[in-house]
Write a protein that binds this ligand. Structure first.
Ligand SMILES: NC(=O)c1ccc[n+]([C@@H]2O[C@H](COP(=O)([O-])OP(=O)(O)OC[C@H]3O[C@@H](n4cnc5c(N)ncnc54)[C@H](O)[C@@H]3O)[C@@H](O)[C@H]2O)c1
Length: 427
């Protein structure tokens, strides 16, 4: 047990975290049944090293403690710089597992935490890596693949990855860390790939990344697609976002949603939940879609399907839920009304052109995760969580009950993943 090893905001929050974890356990019957049904230690997980990269919330705390109760040795980081609930991280760090996560990490810190979660204290003869991985969005998987690629290059001619070779701020951090660590152990990532049974991936975008890597023949690990399990995507993505989108908007801005014009970009599982929530709150809801079936579904639900460019100047709140990039551009944002709100519930910070608006406007921080960006003509827009998941950054993500369904899939995947070595499953 890697107990006592942690980097969290404030370990004295552990009692508060523990009290909320005990409330969440009652609302997470799936996870609690796993503990009961598997009756303590599970062959596949007993002594298994599990590394997780998934929002360090109260609900995730119940997942971690399910894995530790089934016998796993767990190390954890968050998959989002803003989503950690510090009291949850403190309780887990004190009581159950090694945790490296706090709310408001810098990008550098985020990737250092990912490295720490992947690095077990002792080399057990097969290296310091994990036996199984829980990933959400694919960042942990990305670091392993980039590390492995770098080792192959390094073995040829001592070339190290160059942070200056990319404009991507995240990749710069990854390259910097890998270059720093590589000379210390030039086989670290290869040993990890050899020992690791696989990764269970939580979300749509992470799964897309995995399929892409598999198609290109680059996927080095067996992978379990947890997202496409019906009891994950048709519950968490839909009903979870239906709950946590208004929660995020309310906590961030307290603006009256009723009567406002809301644009939901993407009408997949997440978009459907968002559109329902905004309609229920009394908003006039528009949808954009590129998939004809999803567009038709939106129309059948009574939502006008529009182009962003034709409605943007009359919209009060725009929410991206596509998992795609460059949905709300700087040009579109410049046409929005004064104090209109822009938020993303899809993935990472790529759906909204954050870097460009930061360069083109004056940023006024209203409070953590809420900024007003003022254009040269004096009008401004409010962007939530710098374009990162607003439900996990401005609020606390999905409620326990829906996360119980998602994380029961994760637990089953981990139990299965611990017993196998070279299969690719859909959970
Ligand atoms: N914030 C959360 O709590 C949370 C929870 C689950 C999933 N997610 C993330 O949300 C995103 C969406 O997930 P999903 O399960 O709804 O995926 P999905 O594939 O079911 O839906 C995405 C939809 O967006 C549409 N789309 C893609 N590009 C578009 C564009 N340019 N304009 C308009 N529509 C476009 C697609 O056609 C699709 O229907 C993913 O990135 C996923 O990882 C977030």
């Amino acid at each position: 047990m890697a107990q006592g090893e942690y980097k969290v905001a404030d370990i004295s929050l552990a009692d508060f975290g523990r009290r909320e974890i005990s409330l969440a356990e009652v609302e997470m019957p799936g996870l609690m049944s796993c503990r009961e049904e598997f009756g303590g230690l599970v062959a596949g997980l007993k002594g298994a090293r599990v590394s997780g990269s998934l929002h360090m919330t109260i609900q995730t705390a119940v997942l971690i403690e399910t894995l530790t109760e089934l016998g796993a040795d767990v190390r954890w980081c968050s998959c989002n710089v803003f989503s950690t609930q510090d009291h949850a991280a403190a309780a887990i760090a004190r009581d159950s597992a090694a945790v490296f996560a706090w709310k408001g990490e810098s990008l550098e810190e985020y990737w250092e935490c990912t490295l720490l979660a992947l690095t077990f204290t002792k080399d057990d003869g097969s290296g310091t890596g994990p036996d199984i991985i829980v990933d959400d969005g694919g960042d942990m998987t990305l670091m392993i693949h980039e590390g492995h690629k770098a080792e192959i290059e390094y073995a040829k001619d001592k070339t190290l990855p160059d942070p200056a070779s990319t404009d991507n701020a995240e990749l710069k951090c990854v390259y910097r860390i890998i270059a720093r660590e590589l000379p210390k152990d030039p086989k670290r990532w290869q040993k990890l790939v050899t020992r690791c049974h696989g990764v269970s991936e939580e979300t749509t975008t992470g799964v897309h990344r995995l399929y892409q890597m598999e198609k290109e023949g680059k996927l080095l690990l067996a992978a379990i697609n947890v997202n496409d399990s019906v009891t994950k995507s048709k519950f968490d993505n839909l009903y979870g976002c239906r709950h946590s989108l208004p929660d995020g908007i309310n906590r961030a801005t307290d603006v009256m949603i009723a009567g406002k014009r809301v644009l939901i970009c993407g009408f997949g599982d997440v978009g459907k939940g968002c559109a329902q929530a905004m309609k229920a709150a009394g908003a006039i809801v528009y949808v954009t879609e590129i998939d004809p079936i999803c567009a038709l579904q939106a129309a059948m639900e009574g939502f006008p399907v529009v182009r962003v460019s034709t409605v943007i100047s009359s919209i009060d709140i725009v929410i991206t839920a596509t998992g795609n990039v460059g949905i709300i551009t700087l040009d579109l944002m410049s046409k929005m009304k004064n104090n209109s709100i822009v938020g993303n519930i899809g993935h990472f910070d790529n759906e909204i052109e954050i870097e460009k608006i930061q360069k083109a406007t004056k940023r006024i921080n209203i409070k953590p995760q809420v900024d007003r960006f003022v254009f040269p003509d004096g009008h401004g827009i409010i962007i939530l969580a710098e374009g990162r998941l607003l439900n996990l950054s401005c609020a606390t993500g999905h409620p326990s009950f829906v996360m119980s369904a998602s994380f029961t899939n994760q637990t089953l995947a981990q139990v299965g993943g611990g017993c196998t070595s070279d299969n690719v499953y859909i959970c």
